[in-house]
Design a protein around this ligand. Structure first.
Ligand SMILES: [Zn+2]
Length: 185
């Protein structure tokens, strides 16, 4: 029993992005809005620090890709290169020198938020650099690369599994009801 629980815990902690448990649905919308505002500010800051300086109106899909590659510096998802012995293993048994990247899921969600923010801040949909073909293709490429490197098949993940193995979670026995303390009534 103990070993099963340990395995479950380790797989949850190494799952990265998916490990954030969603809280109550009422706060989801405002959390999304806050995250969108933060992402937009990050991007504006990036443009401000850009050398040579870059105005939003000059921003193209190529600049968005540059921004995404810059974010990889802060990534926490290990993406194995094809020559790594752990290529394709989601939970490698030892460290390796492969680079950390932003997980595809994070980038995909980020682009969605920035795309919305661009139009909310007065940008024209047809000039939206986050909706360009180059960005879409880049995200597909990252998804493909990461699914191969980590051994995750996104096609399989979408299918529903008929197995009910995970539903049989052992329920902890409830503590017996406490007797009322003497003199409570
Ligand atoms: Zn590796």
């Amino acid at each position: 029993m103990d070993s099963i629980q340990e395995m479950d815990n380790s797989s949850i902690s190494q799952d990265g992005v998916a490990s954030h448990a969603p809280s109550s649905s009422s706060s989801t919308a405002s959390r999304y809005e806050n995250q969108k505002r933060r992402d937009w500010n990050t991007f504006m800051q990036y443009l401000k620090n850009h050398r040579p300086p870059l105005a939003l109106s000059w921003c193209s899909g190529a600049h968005v890709l540059e921004f995404l590659r810059y974010l990889d510096r802060f990534g926490k998802t290990k993406v194995h290169t094809p020559i790594c012995p752990f290529y394709g293993y989601p939970n490698p048994p030892a460290p390796c020198p492969c680079p950390f990247r932003q997980a595809w899921g994070s980038l995909d969600a980020l682009i969605g938020r920035l795309r919305a923010a661009f139009e909310e801040n007065g940008g024209k949909p047809e000039a939206n650099p986050f909706g360009t073909r180059a960005v879409r293709l880049y995200l597909l490429e990252v998804r493909d690369l990461q699914s191969k490197a980590r051994g995750i098949s996104y096609e399989k993940k979408k299918r529903k599994r008929p197995s009910s193995a995970h539903q049989q979670t052992p329920s902890l026995p409830l503590p017996p009801p406490r007797p009322p303390p003497p003199g409570a009534c």
